[in-house]
Design a protein. Structure first.
Length: 617
């Protein structure tokens, strides 16, 4: 993760990419194959950069570029979302293999190969079956210009989910490639090898509708997982108190009284130990691991504070049997970890899980349920043993009857493998909050999460309280939940930057409403900030539907006031609009004091009035 989290450095590994030779079942079949894409037109999801344009058939003209970006064979893209290229073969044909060719020249020309290239087929151009997701083997790093082919070869790779199928039978082919946040992507050629008609061994690839991971058995029933960082910080923000935790696991009023549940699961994780060594990158040793466990499970430690907060919330909500679900990290066992004899990473994972289970059983927390363990490293290790250590850890976690969780970052290596290496639940990080990038990142991350079957992480920190840029970024995450469909029926994690949620205690309606919106979002009831009296009316109707009005007359009084306001808006009478908004706020204040409306209704509508006033003032 980013912010409190360190930036991600991907190892520099160079691999020789051998020329591609089509490979099919029999020699006679190979002789029949041809490049079905040769000279064919295609559709881009977004046109290439004008400095490196596409003539219309540049990807299918059979001309490969040299290792020089100025070669006119190269087509260039930069920024924004994952690119898609769709080919229409005219009719269903047998497809044996697909390859796409990219350039890397970094840092000299700021060109990197894609992190992931995916290949799909379809009969109707709407419903797509997955052939493969292909991660870079070249990897990112400094060096002279190099090239990489991304290849699906049916005879070797089969079809994702059906390895026995060696050829796809389809009319449409789609190739997609991910985009780096700041660098260029150069592509020059795509080849689709196959033959007309249906060959023996060719089969229709069943389409799979992209879908987010829903809360359920795989997520241990958790819908909204709040991240609580409890590693070492000089400021002490990693030392949790009952009071700070309460506003995470419950939605509280301005006096700190719990009104409803908020995050139904808590993930405890730490990044650094007092030594400065990292649990995330694998530099932490056994001494650091022991420090974290002692801190977390101390008599008055972080886990006990969570238990006490849950006891208080359960009493306030009159739900005495309620237990908060807990997920605890597994530090990344670095290859150089020498505390387990020969540096065996499997032994390190064994030791950690044994210690966690032993301490959990000893403490016997009254109001906590251990739901799962979380792999702290945010990408699949680029070493050959990367997937193996994950599968091993997964087996251990499942033997304890727990779920295995993961939250890969946006540029994580092989994040699409999450379920294949044994994770039960994963949410995808957009990382939009932390960088200088366009709002399309939210859409791109949502699409990737949906394509891979993951949930989505919502990211913000206390900078949104004072900086309007970060406040708008936060709002765009929430708005994205409506626009791209992840607010409801989707497993979500929440990165909040660490420490107390300071918006909770703010007297400023612009600030406190950020917390109120968060609560509405977790309940699936969030609406975008209102920019007209009509939108405020719609919000009031939804509040009435949700039982937030304690007095029906109060609702009618507000609607009448807004009807007059709407009249002045249509006239463009700004002074009268502002005046009526002030009257609307006074009416809200009176209804709140008379206990005719809930706090949520009062403060959300008050903030709407302030936003609308700024628009007309």
């Amino acid at each position: 993760m980013i912010g409190l989290k360190k930036g991600i450095l991907i190892a520099v590994i160079s691999m020789v990419i051998f020329p591609f030779v089509p490979n099919v079942q029999a020699e006679e079949d190979q002789q029949q194959l041809r490049n079905l894409a040769k000279g064919l037109g295609y559709e881009w999801s977004e046109e290439p950069h004008p400095d490196f344009p596409d003539s219309g058939t540049q990807l299918t003209d059979g001309e490969y570029g040299t290792l020089d970006k100025s070669d006119s064979a190269w087509v260039g893209h930069r920024y924004k979302k994952t690119r898609e290229i769709v080919f229409d073969l005219g009719e269903k044909k047998s497809i044996a293999n697909i390859k796409a060719h990219f350039l890397q020249d970094y840092p000299a020309s700021s060109i990197l190969v894609p992190l992931t290239v995916s290949m799909y087929v379809s009969d109707d151009k709407e419903n797509w079956g997955t052939l493969s997701h292909n991660a870079t083997q070249l990897l990112w790093g400094n060096g002279p210009p190099r090239e990489e082919f991304y290849i699906w070869d049916g005879s070797k790779d089969g079809v994702k989910g059906n390895p026995n199928v060696e050829m796809a039978y389809a009319r449409y082919v789609k190739v997609t490639f991910s985009m780096h946040t700041s660098t260029w992507t150069f592509i020059d050629e795509i080849e689709i090898w196959g033959t007309d008609g249906k060959m023996e061994g060719a089969a229709t690839v069943p389409p799979k509708q992209p879908a987010y991971l829903e809360p359920g058995e795989a997520t241990a029933g958790i819908e909204n997982l709040g991240l609580l960082y409890n590693g070492y910080y000089e400021s002490g923000v990693g030392d949790w108190t009952k009071e700070a935790i309460t506003s995470y696991i419950s939605y509280v009023d301005p006096n700190g009284k719990p009104i409803d549940k908020l995050f139904d699961g808590v993930l405890y994780l730490g990044l650094l130990s007092p030594s400065g060594r990292s649990f995330e990158t694998g530099t932490a040793n056994l001494e650091d691991w022991q420090w974290y466990l002692d801190k977390t499970f101390a008599k008055e430690g972080d886990m006990q504070q969570l238990n006490e907060a849950t006891i208080e919330v359960s009493e306030q909500l009159n739900q005495p049997d309620y237990k908060e679900k807990v997920v605890l990290m597994i530090p990344y066992p670095g290859a150089g970890l020498a505390d387990f004899g020969d540096g065996d990473r499997k032994k390190a994972v064994d030791w950690w899980i044994d210690q966690v289970m032993q301490k959990w059983d000893e403490k016997n927390y009254s109001h906590l349920e251990l739901a799962g363990l979380y792999w702290l490293q945010e990408q699949v290790d680029t070493s050959d043993s990367g997937p193996e250590i994950l599968r091993y850890a997964s087996d251990l976690v499942h033997k304890e009857g727990l779920k295995f969780f993961w939250i890969p970052h946006f540029l994580a290596y092989k994040s699409y493998l999450w379920d294949e290496v044994g994770f039960d639940a994963a949410t995808f990080q957009p990382n939009y909050f932390f960088g200088d990038m366009a709002p399309e990142r939210i859409e791109d991350a949502a699409n990737i999460a949906k394509q891979y079957g993951m949930g989505v992480e919502i990211e913000f920190d206390n900078r949104m309280l004072t900086d309007p840029i970060f406040r708008q970024k936060y709002i765009e995450y929430l708005n994205g939940g409506i626009q791209y469909g992840y607010m409801q029926d989707t497993f979500k994690a929440y990165y909040t930057g660490g420490g107390p949620l300071k918006a909770v205690t703010s007297d400023d309606p612009h600030i406190r409403v950020l917390y109120d919106w968060l609560y509405q979002f977790t309940k699936g009831h969030y609406q975008k900030p209102s920019t007209s009296s009509k939108q405020i009316k719609n919000r009031i109707a939804n509040f009435e539907r949700d039982g937030e009005f304690l007095d029906q007359q109060a609702m009618h009084s507000l609607q009448i006031h807004l009807t007059a306001l709407e009249h002045f808006e249509k006239q463009g009478a700004s002074e009268k609009v502002v005046k009526h908004l002030e009257g609307f706020k006074l009416l809200l204040e009176q209804q709140w004091k008379n206990e005719q409306i809930t706090w949520l209704t009062y403060n959300t509508l008050r903030a709407d009035a302030e936003f609308l006033k700024e628009k007309w003032g």
